[in-house]
Write a protein that binds this ligand. Structure first.
Ligand SMILES: Nc1ncnc2c1ncn2[C@@H]1O[C@H](COP(=O)(O)OP(=O)(O)OP(=O)(O)O)[C@@H](O)[C@H]1O
Length: 393
């Protein structure tokens, strides 16, 4: 499902892809997996990769800021979600960001969480898979070449920082698991299981005020990303937000309780390879899926929520402490600066933050939407070629 007006494009053939690869991501196997799994499939699909290996944090962001993009048909990130966050924000720092964001971005799972890759696999209607199978599925979606639009969320902090985020913003339990488990990254996805158990053992309560603009039909769709002050080259204006020093507008809701175990605003279906947090989320649904867990939940109940999230059934538990609200914008004002926040899995100092969705701000590969059987066209020649070589069942 996509709201009306989604625009599709197809990668040209031959296709030139810049592949940004973090050799340290996840268990450190991204480069080996690229050569073993990805490269042969790209060759069959007439996609020529040029590999750029990142050497340090912010390397990909700097490259995207200055790169001559005209030589590439697509930008591929073979890493975790953190490197794509750098790529998106590097592109948004360019004076020609509007043009730059038309370049299709692709994620191939090489990290430990791989939430966007798992989401794209889910939107394609594929079975839940992980590791090499997820990599094969995502590479195959890239090889087919269809791309469409994806929403981004603009996040602003009290200290004046602004980020563009494609996955989620977290505070409390999930953010702590994400950051505290960094030291176990060699374990791959298992780092989150270990981190969850450790954070459960010392379950904390976080104090602050949470407000949001609900995404009901009366609030309309996601606002189009118009430049600030209508000036060409200016970043998209956050038309739903008022400055952090002012009270939220009257159309917003304020959560009456101010003690939380966790706040997580997610805009994709998956929080990690094995965590289906927002089953209804889609690439361009114009929605932020705001989840919060109020203080008072027992350790056992919280563990049950995370176990059920593996199948996306956590909301069916009827847990009175767990809340889910589809919103267009939110504000979080933590009391105090202790602790950590995350944007797309990357750490952020704890301070007041607000964000709003910007509809269809970038492009991303997507499997062909399924048509009723009578309209189903024959498979394209590429699919036949890949099937012949055994890449496609
Ligand atoms: N060569 C490098 N050495 C160390 N850090 C790097 C290097 N290249 C990039 N980075 C940094 O590592 C961060 C995390 O990488 P990434 O998200 O790709 O992997 P991950 O943390 O294993 O995956 P996930 O986000 O799925 O958990 C990136 O934000 C980037 O700043």
């Amino acid at each position: 499902f996509s709201p009306p007006g989604a625009s599709y494009g197809v990668l040209p053939r031959p296709c030139h892809a810049l592949v940004l690869l973090n050799p340290q991501s996840g268990a450190g196997r991204a480069l080996d997996d690229f050569h073993a799994v990805v490269q042969p499939m790209l060759a069959d699909a007439d996609i020529t990769p040029s590999i750029f290996i990142t050497e340090r944090p912010h390397h990909a962001q700097e490259k995207m800021r200055d790169e001559d993009l005209s030589q590439w048909d697509t930008l591929v990130v073979m890493s975790g979600d953190g490197l794509l966050h750098e790529v998106v924000n590097g592109l948004m720092e360019r004076p020609d960001w509007e043009e730059a964001m038309k370049k299709p971005l692709c994620i191939l799972p090489g990290g430990s969480g791989n939430a966007l890759a798992a989401s794209i696999n889910y939107y394609a209607g594929n079975d839940h898979v992980a590791k090499k199978k997820l990599l094969t599925n995502c590479t195959f979606i890239l090889c087919k070449g269809l791309h469409t639009q994806m929403d981004l969320v603009s996040l602003s902090t009290a200290s004046g920082k602004r980020f563009f985020s494609f996955l989620g913003f977290g505070w409390g339990f999930i953010a702590d698991v994400d950051i505290d488990s960094e030291k176990y990254r060699r374990l791959g996805n298992a780092r989150f299981t270990l981190g969850t158990l450790q954070c459960l053992a010392r379950l904390r309560v976080y104090q602050g005020r949470l407000s949001y603009l609900p995404a009901g039909p009366e609030h309309g769709g996601a606002p189009p990303a118009l430049p600030e002050g209508g000036t060409e080259g200016a970043l998209p204006a956050d038309s739903l937000l008022v400055p952090l020093g002012q009270p939220v507008p009257a159309s917003w809701a304020v959560v009456p309780e101010e003690e939380f175990v966790c706040v997580y605003a997610i805009y994709q279906s998956h929080l990690g390879t094995n965590l289906l947090m927002a089953p209804a989320a889609r690439l361009d649904d114009g929605c932020i899926h705001l989840f919060y867990v109020r203080a008072g939940i027992s350790r056992v109940a919280l563990l049950k929520v995370f176990l059920a999230m593996g199948r996306g059934t956590h909301l069916d538990l009827g847990c009175p402490h767990l809340h889910h609200v589809p919103v267009r914008a939110f504000r979080l004002e933590p009391r105090g600066s202790a602790g950590v926040m995350t944007v797309d899995g990357e750490a952020l100092a704890c301070e007041p933050v607000q964000g709003q969705v910007h509809g269809r701000l970038c492009r991303i590969p997507r499997a062909r939407p399924s048509l009723p059987p009578t309209q189903e066209p024959p498979p394209p020649p590429l699919a036949i070629a890949l099937r012949g070589r055994g890449h496609l069942a």
